[in-house]
Design a protein around this ligand. Structure first.
Ligand code: WTA
Length: 656
């Protein structure tokens, strides 16, 4: 709470520079107000205009919003289009020789592709996919390192109407398996390995292991392997095919599959409040529209920009602001294989200088770790090409914001703190850099057409200055359409009856100050935000109890200087807690590794605390709030009168 309080007391204000305002796509308060008014007065007309201006349609739509099956909203549903056509083909006449991607490998090799070349690669690979019998609606899992090929794979799926589901390379074989089976994927696209921070990270073995698990072979008929490295791989001839073999002799002419606006473009799994990840399903047109408008509004896209979003394609940020957004507007973008701290903590800054990056978008956790690694390091690079900075993934603490603004942006570049989610597909609350005055730590105001509000548990607006639940009151084009194969969970998670059934429940608590600025306070569900990655506490708990030694587990978050939040797991063993500290330590380490192998290294607990019991209410519910307080080291605990087993308190405090 102290952090939230200090954030809310922030009073520094940064107004946009006149020079920036003059050149901005949305320039000054008047243009902004005009957009807000247009959206308020003619909501559907506003989105219809933008959909016509920003997307290329094979067949134009006649109906904008269809709410007949709310909350399963449909947008532009009788229109036909193709996402890959919108990202590539439509630029071939105007900017065929413009660089689309500047790829820098871990070792520092640079490869550039033009729009014409990227289009060619996508067409050839899409024909390869078609030759494997993959057609519209089939699911394809992509488990790739950051690479041009990763983007080619996503674009090629979109081109033929196949639904991709990218799984972040840091997830384990078990997590990959869960996603393969849930999506009933017909094909997996992977690489032998990726290179990160001077290390080789194998990928293909996890794919082999995942497919060998229950139900894997029934769905997956082919595995395409891109050879990024020289890592030897096991080969299953009936199923595996080399990327270079697949594309050999394939034509570079590939008619896009024209799909309905509502055709699913992709599924992306994310953590929720149960043990099972949610398959967030996005549409084609609505999703793409959100990425295009935000590229222009929030990133103030200009044709000579060099855009760099550091997110991995395994996350929504890498979908919207690597694979689709920048290509849709015809931008030149940087894609980086490695990590910010290798070979040294100046890598990002050197890359900005090398590629003359104008727009840089990264996460607070990266910013915090780079401050720690070398506060003055940005000064060693020429960062004069930068004109705009962005932040995403978690609240940015004001001090990190100020450092980013002063040391990286040299007090010249607005910082756009963008609040959004896997589910919203594109930015929701974010500054327009040519309009909005910035307050460090606030994501400022909702974008035009986004009716964000803060309400209480019954759906009533709270008074300005009071905290509450963040909702979006009207449906918008880039919102998820459903959860894959689970419409009931979709309804219950995002449009709960208690809020009237029509507000989109974001899952965050927030406050709105007297200027109407939003301050995000964190999740209201059992979801943690560790280094900007969403992790469900239940997922980690189920992994822990899956270990033969563990009887019960409860996972909570504790504030962490770099990661934002760190995972603390309270574990009840089936046998006695080892009496020797060395043994207890060894066991804790073993369980940490177990979680990493079950879910992925990103879910590895920072700390494991053994206890004989978990604190429970009389009805048997684990008192997480209490555990959280203890994990945070709070001395004064809240009301514990409902605690079934009060004696446990002392033991838990001791375990800390
Ligand atoms: C958090 C990432 C504060 C929030 C795009 C949200 C943020 C969750 C911000 C979604 C921000 C994201 N300020 N909090 N600018 N951006 N969050 O689905 O809790 O990985 O609900 O999407 O991250 O995480 P997700």
């Amino acid at each position: 709470m102290t952090l939230i309080k200090s954030v809310l007391n922030e009073s520094r204000l940064f107004r946009p520079e006149k020079e920036f305002v003059e050149r901005a796509n949305v320039s000054g308060l008047k243009s902004y107000t005009a957009l807000i008014e247009e959206a308020t007065q003619n909501y559907e007309g506003f989105w219809a205009r933008l959909a016509n201006e920003n997307l290329s349609w094979k067949k134009p739509f006649t109906q904008t919003l269809d709410s007949s099956q709310a909350p399963f909203f449909k947008w532009f549903s009788d229109g036909l289009l193709n996402a890959s056509y919108n990202c590539l083909d439509r630029h071939l006449e105007t900017i065929p020789n413009k660089t689309a991607i500047i790829f820098e490998s871990d070792e520092g090799h640079v490869t550039k592709v033009t729009y014409r070349e990227l289009h060619r690669q996508v067409c050839v690979f899409a024909n390869g996919l078609r030759s494997l019998g993959i057609t519209k609606g089939d699911r394809v899992i992509i488990y790739m390192p950051m690479s041009i090929e990763g983007v080619v794979a996503m674009q090629a799926c979109a081109r033929i109407g196949a639904i991709h589901s990218v799984v972040f390379g840091g997830f384990s074989a078990k997590s990959l398996h869960e996603r393969i089976v849930d999506a009933e994927a017909k094909c997996v696209i992977t690489a032998d390995a990726g290179h990160r921070g001077g290390k080789i990270v194998a990928l293909k073995p996890a794919v082999d292991e995942a497919i060998a698990l229950d139900g894997g072979t029934e769905c997956v008929k082919s595995v395409i392997v891109y050879h990024r490295s020289v890592t030897p791989v096991q080969w299953f001839a009936e199923r595996d095919i080399h990327w270079h073999e697949l594309i050999k002799g394939k034509s570079d002419v590939c008619e896009p599959e024209w799909v309905e606006a509502e055709h699913p473009l992709f599924i992306l799994y994310t953590s929720g409040s149960t043990g099972k990840p949610k398959g967030v399903q996005h549409s084609t047109a609505g999703y793409l529209l959100g990425t295009q408008t935000s590229m222009k509004w929030v990133f103030d896209y200009r044709s000579n920009d060099i855009f760099w979003c550091t997110a991995d394609i395994g996350w929504i940020t890498g979908h919207s602001y690597v694979a689709y957004g920048p290509l849709g507007v015809g931008a030149t973008q940087v894609i980086f294989e490695g990590v910010p701290t290798w070979p040294d903590a100046g890598r990002f800054w050197q890359m900005i200088e090398r590629h003359k990056v104008t727009t840089f978008y990264t996460a607070p956790t990266a910013i915090r770790s780079l401050i720690k690694a070398g506060e003055e390091l940005p000064l060693n690079s020429d960062l004069s090409s930068l004109r705009l900075l962005g932040s995403v993934g978690e609240p940015i603490n004001p001090e990190a914001w100020i450092w980013y603004y002063e040391k990286v942006g040299q007090k010249r570049c607005p910082v756009v703190d963008t609040w959004w989610q896997t589910e919203t597909g594109s930015h929701m609350i974010a500054p327009l850099p040519g309009v909005t005055a910035l307050k460090p730590g606030s994501c400022t105001q909702a974008l035009p057409g986004i009716f964000a509000a803060i309400v209480d548990e019954t759906g009533q607006d709270v008074e300005p200055g009071k905290s509450g639940i963040l909702v979006i009151k009207r449906p918008f084009p880039s919102l998820l359409r459903t959860l894959w194969k689970d419409p009931a969970r979709f309804k219950q998670s995002y449009f709960p009856e208690e809020l009237g059934g029509t507000f989109y429940l974001a899952g965050d608590a927030a406050n709105r100050d007297l200027d109407g600025f939003f301050w995000i306070m964190g999740r209201i569900d059992d979801v943690l935000n560790v280094s900007g990655h969403r992790l469900g506490t239940m997922e980690i708990e189920s992994a822990l109890v899956g270990n033969a030694l563990v009887a019960e587990a409860a996972v909570v978050g504790r504030p962490h200087e770099i990661k934002g939040e760190a995972i603390v797991a309270y574990v009840v063993l089936k046998k006695e807690i080892p009496s020797s500290p060395t043994e207890a330590h060894a066991l804790a380490e073993k369980l940490k590794l177990w979680v990493a192998s079950e879910i992925g290294a990103l879910a590895k607990p920072e700390e494991i605390r053994f206890t004989e019991q978990l604190p429970k209410t009389r009805s048997g519910k684990i008192m997480r709030r209490l555990l959280r307080s203890i994990a945070q080291g709070n001395q004064t605990l809240q009301d514990v009168s409902t605690l079934e087993n009060p004696a446990i308190l002392e033991q838990l405090k001791k375990a800390a």
